[in-house]
Design a protein around this ligand. Structure first.
Ligand code: 5GP
Length: 183
């Protein structure tokens, strides 16, 4: 028996990755979303172990050193990584896995696992992305600026992905993800 599929969902901060992935999970509860570790502080309403494992920079570094991450990256001043063990266990048990990660992480997965399917979620326009990121109100002005700078780089790299989905409609984007997952 082969392992279950791995789908990487990437795209600029503010494009709506979390919303689309949540809708996909609601449409297919048999899929598992990996929970990343991060050194970022929790936003209001975020729960440790659910949205992320919120860890100290020291703990994160320890995880890097002991090879616990499938991939990890620094993004807008914080570090983020995918714990390797749970992803391997789920896939070996036949459960398809989704990773919601940024560009550098997606590139690492591509190198380490050529069977992974990389999906880029793109905004309908730059103006819409900017408005979403600014209007979200969860980050400082400085953090928003760092995310917009990263977004330019990410948008320029969308040609590296297997699929590009323009996120104009959450349900349609979620369905596109499920279609990739199922074949
Ligand atoms: P946020 O701080 O908005 O939750 O996440 C910032 C960026 O980091 C987003 O693009 C998000 O998808 C990405 N990210 C979240 N978890 C991981 C991870 O484990 N690895 C990588 N490379 N990026 C991640």
């Amino acid at each position: 028996m082969g392992t279950a599929p791995l789908i990487v969902v990437s795209g600029p901060s503010g494009v709506g990755k979390s919303t689309v992935v949540s809708a996909a999970l609601a449409g297919d509860p048999g899929v598992w979303l990996s929970v990343s570790a991060t050194t970022r502080l929790p936003r209001e309403g975020e729960i440790d172990g659910v949205n992320y494992f919120f860890v100290s920079p020291e703990r994160f570094e320890g995880m890097v050193q002991s090879g616990e991450f499938l991939e990890w990256a620094e993004f807008a001043g914080n570090r983020y990584g995918t714990p390797r063990g749970p992803v391997q266990e789920r896939r070996a048990a036949g459960t398809p896995v989704i990773l919601e990660i940024e560009l550098q992480g997606a590139r690492q997965v591509r190198r380490s696992d050529p069977t992974a399917r990389l999906v880029f979620l793109a905004p309908p326009s730059w103006e819409i992305l900017e408005a979403r990121l600014t209007g979200r109100g969860t980050e400082s002005e400085e953090a928003v600026a760092a995310r917009l700078e990263a977004a330019r780089e990410e948008l320029a790299a969308q040609g590296e992905f297997d699929d590009v989905v323009v996120n104009a409609d959450v349900q349609e984007s979620a369905q596109a993800l499920l279609d990739f997952l199922h074949g």
